[in-house]
Ligand binder design. Structure first.
Ligand SMILES: N=c1c2ncn([C@@H]3O[C@H](COP(=O)(O)OP(=O)(O)OP(=O)(O)O)[C@@H](O)[C@H]3O)c2ncn1[C@@H]1O[C@H](COP(=O)(O)O)[C@@H](O)[C@H]1O
Length: 110
């Protein structure tokens, strides 16, 4: 369990980056990168819906599994979009110490 606890999103981002252009016919990551952002974004949306369904049903094992699918596909979409995980983490870090409601109130109207 110790090794698993050390596994990070950054590790998964690295794996996705390495597999993206591997040319391995057995790589789902390579397949998604070849098909492009529309397909990857569609998969991300499907995994999001499946995660929501698991949560609403109170199915904890499914919630864990679907969350993993969701995060993996999210990293694929970030990669395809040329957005590094560190940009998202920096954005999240910048929000710490500020309540969500205050943050929402500060957004431009429109
Ligand atoms: N975490 C994941 C991961 N999560 C989900 N998936 C794949 O995502 C795919 C889509 O899942 P679905 O259940 O929606 O499959 P589906 O409904 O048959 O898909 P459709 O073609 O019908 O749209 C499946 O092939 C899953 O295996 C993942 N594929 C890869 N990874 C990670 O990426 C690494 C590299 O994987 P490859 O690129 O495949 O070598 C792996 O070692 C993992 O660490």
């Amino acid at each position: 369990m110790t090794a698993m606890a050390e596994f990070s999103l950054s590790d998964l981002e690295k794996i996705v980056g390495e597999r993206a252009h591997s040319g391995d016919p057995d790589s789902w990551t390579a397949k998604l990168f070849a098909r492009g952002i529309d397909k990857a974004a569609q998969k991300l949306g499907e995994e999001a819906v499946e995660t929501v369904i698991a949560a609403v049903k109170g199915d904890k094992p499914a919630l864990v599994s679907e969350s993993a699918d969701l995060i993996y596909h999210w990293l694929v979409v970030l990669g395809l979009s040329g957005v590094p995980l560190s940009d998202v983490l920096r954005e999240l870090e910048g929000r710490t110490g500020r309540s969500g409601i205050a943050e929402k109130a500060s957004r431009p109207k429109g």
